[in-house]
Design a protein around this ligand. Sequence first.
Ligand SMILES: NC(=O)c1ccc[n+]([C@@H]2O[C@H](COP(=O)([O-])OP(=O)(O)OC[C@H]3O[C@@H](n4cnc5c(N)ncnc54)[C@H](O)[C@@H]3O)[C@@H](O)[C@H]2O)c1
Length: 334
Amino acid sequence: MGKVGLGVIGAGRIGRIHARNLKYLIPGAKLVAISDIIEEAARKVAAELEISSVETDYHDLLQRKDLDAVVICSSTDTHAQIIEEAAVAGKHIFCEKPIALEIDRINQALVTVKKAGVKLQVGFNRRFDPSFRKAKQLIESGEIGTPHLVRITSRDPAPPPLDYVKVSGGLFLDMMIHDFDMARFLLGDEVKELMAVGDCLIDPAIGEAGDIDTAIVTLKYKNGALGAIDNSRKAVYGYDQRIEIHGSKGTILVGNKTPTEVVLHTKGAISGDVLLNFFLERYKDSYLAEMAEFIDCIRNNTEPSVGGIDGLVSVQMGYAALNSLQTGKFVSID
Ligand SMILES: NC(=O)c1ccc[n+]([C@@H]2O[C@H](COP(=O)([O-])OP(=O)(O)OC[C@H]3O[C@@H](n4cnc5c(N)ncnc54)[C@H](O)[C@@H]3O)[C@@H](O)[C@H]2O)c1
């Protein structure tokens, strides 16, 4: 086929990144339209990227014949509905995480997608980060023998606005969901059960909004390996993203990224750059790579490597963590 015609739905933080990549950096893609319920938001991105078509109602976008696929970047509570309507309209779908905050709603959307026979890729971009990808390849090629321990550290530079916290689904479903997916991705194995501890240690207002801002989750994999994920909504030194996989023959360490590799040595200290500020900078390469894969899958009629089941299991793990937080016990993943 020729170029894949695409529309981006939701012109916020992440929508803008995907739209820019589609317009300028993915040769097989043709960005045709931008939609946002806030016309001003859609117009701003469209003007920046010289896209003439702006829709405030995404239904108008789904009618278009020059559109093969949609990229759903709207607020989480709209994803499942748009997935279903896009599938029925015969459009392939890239959807940001999470598919929905309710398991039933996810299942329903996945059935509709399957019936329609369209492709669905879920935005677990970290799987496409070159360092995490290499770590997975090293594990698969047996470099560290049998994996015994997976440690994932994921800390934001600062908590999101309270309005965001209130509708985010909470730390496990909004933030740790990426780490749950990474834990599965790295070992190519499912987590059998998990246990969570968490608290509100950064801002009492987050607690008043019913959420936590600090958590540790312990994982037991089906293959016997163990894992631990720690999340904090505030790391004063920047966006802290590290992974360690320890196995019978060695350990893989994936460290943080900094803007430069310059290190200053003086009599009193050795110092370097602070960390990249947040996800848009740290995961820039991965956003491009995941979208390039989506376009390739459509053009070559292959299945995306991260699909609906991954979207579902990560949310199931989030609910298991919430359940464990309340009961103080290990909870199995269905
Ligand atoms: N993969 C990642 O790293 C990553 C990073 C950030 C956000 N996300 C996910 O992406 C989604 C968007 O997050 P964001 O930070 O860009 O939010 P945002 O608030 O910056 O942007 C969302 C946009 O969607 C628009 N919108 C809402 N309902 C709409 C509808 N029915 N039709 C069209 N537009 C609509 C809003 O007006 C807003 O402009 C969330 O689901 C979030 O979980 C993923």
